[in-house]
Design a protein around this ligand. Structure first.
Ligand code: AMP
Ligand code: GLY
Length: 423
């Protein structure tokens, strides 16, 4: 089979990497891809290559695409799955209606209320004045969220009432996030450790993945601004198997059941970002896709054939599929460009990746990288690459990831030194 993976991050490199192990996969096209999925240069098993335009690849019979896997949320929210299905192309991911669980935090909040799924209490506003009045009356610390997609930046945790009012104004009047801020949630602020639980879903059946923990702040000790994610590990000891079972029963299964009951069955990866509060687990957000960088630690732990699992989801046959996980753990560390998550330069030469990848248990996943015509690999984004270590336990996985990272160099490179430290 020929597969098309849509996206250009570390997540998509990890998807292509794992799919390449499937004996039935002939070729994997990644669109637009990155320096790591660029088949002209890659040294792996020769199955994958970049293709500049996904639409062209799907329409053009010479590519003979049999199956599409969508990485990021934006095309899912735009309805790429609906479009492809209507054209007879098999595609892994939720429909536009199902992707609202991520694309509209207001929809997700009201959905959770309808189905008794535990989540932070929130009020939804479409106008500034009532939102401001509500804010003034609020007695507890709050969180302000733009309802729509805002590339991970739409959640504000204001430290003072003045900062809260300013954030509300930025979102609703200045339209800092554009239409994503036309609806706003004002949510109670919760405390506790966070865990990401992702699951394969076929519209009915839910197959949870090992729980993961992400590190969203840019600097050690959870300081500095939020990023797309600076590192992750799995399985997270904070969520032992009994808790995963409980979260599946309390959150994942009722979500999939509720979506089916409402006529918008959920097929794809459902990602629940949760906080384990003293009063019990609460959903903070849903994502409608694999996480980045969670995928870079979850897929190395998958023992089953990824293509079989994804196809079972699309065919509504997940209950009959085998989803086996390996013992042990995986950890990933993200190397970022100087200045990220603010503005940063591009085009810095990257060295040492072969040395890193040659170490036992180490895999390098590219994100913001590009191959120049002279064959040199250069930086091309904020999050440049992720080094994943896999091992018998979390300690071994972390040691391997950091030993791998020590081989890698580019000007201005920075990464967190405390991934997994809290565990
Ligand atoms: P979200 O994109 O909704 O997951 O929010 C991003 C981050 O903001 C989360 O990972 C939490 O660290 C934080 N956050 C979101 N909602 C809340 C909340 N209700 N209480 C405390 N922290 C929150
Ligand atoms: N790592 C967080 C996300 O993928 O949304």
């Amino acid at each position: 089979m020929n597969i098309l993976v849509i996206g250009n991050g570390g997540r998509e490199h990890a998807l292509a990497w794992k799919l390449a192990y499937s004996p039935r996969v002939e070729q994997i096209f990644v669109s637009p891809g990155n320096g790591g999925t660029d088949g002209k240069w890659q040294i792996a098993n020769g199955k994958w290559q970049n293709t500049p335009d996904a639409k062209f690849a799907i329409r053009n019979s010479q590519f003979a695409i049999d199956f599409v896997v969508v990485g990021p949320e934006a095309p899912l929210a735009d309805g790429i799955v609906d479009t492809l299905q209507a054209a007879g192309v098999r595609c892994f991911g939720p429909t536009r209606a199902a992707a609202r669980l991520e694309a509209s935090k207001a929809f997700a909040k009201e959905f959770m209320a309808r189905h008794g799924i535990p989540t932070a209490r929130a009020a939804v506003f479409t106008a500034y004045e009532p939102a401001l009045a509500y804010l003034r009356r609020a007695e507890t610390p709050i969180v302000i969220k733009a309802s729509g997609l805002a590339a991970g930046k739409g959640v504000i945790l204001p430290e003072t009432p003045a900062a809260a009012a300013a954030a509300l104004r930025d979102i609703m009047i200045e339209r800092q996030f554009g239409a994503a801020g036309d609806e706003v949630l004002i949510e109670e602020r919760l405390t506790g450790p966070e865990v990401s639980l992702l699951a394969f879903c076929d519209g009915r059946t839910v197959a949870p993945m090992p729980p993961a923990q992400d590190h969203k702040r840019v600097f050690d000790g959870d300081r500095g601004p939020n990023t797309g994610g600076m590192g992750a590990y799995a399985p997270a000891p904070i969520a032992p198997p009994a808790l995963v079972e409980e979260l599946t029963a309390a959150v994942l299964q009722p979500t999939v059941d509720g979506m089916a009951a409402e006529g918008t069955p959920y097929v794809g990866v459902l990602y629940a970002g949760m906080m384990l509060t003293p009063a019990g687990p609460r959903v903070l957000e849903f994502n409608c896709r694999f996480g980045d960088p969670e995928t870079q630690v979850i897929l190395p732990l998958l023992d089953s054939d990824l293509l079989d699992v994804l196809k079972a989801c699309v065919d509504g046959a997940l209950d009959r599929a085998e989803v086996r996980w390996r013992a042990g753990a995986a950890a990933t560390v993200v190397a970022a460009s100087a200045g990220y998550p603010g503005s940063y330069g591009k085009g810095r030469e990257i060295t040492g990746l072969e040395d890193a990848a040659a170490r036992p248990g180490v895999t390098v996943f590219h994100a913001g990288t590009r191959r120049r015509d002279d064959g040199r690999l250069v930086t091309d984004g904020g999050r440049v690459l992720a080094v994943t270590g896999a091992g018998a336990d979390l300690r071994a996985a972390l040691d391997r990831a950091y030993a791998g990272m020590q081989c890698v160099h580019f000007e201005g490179m920075h990464y967190r030194h405390d991934i997994g430290a809290k565990s």
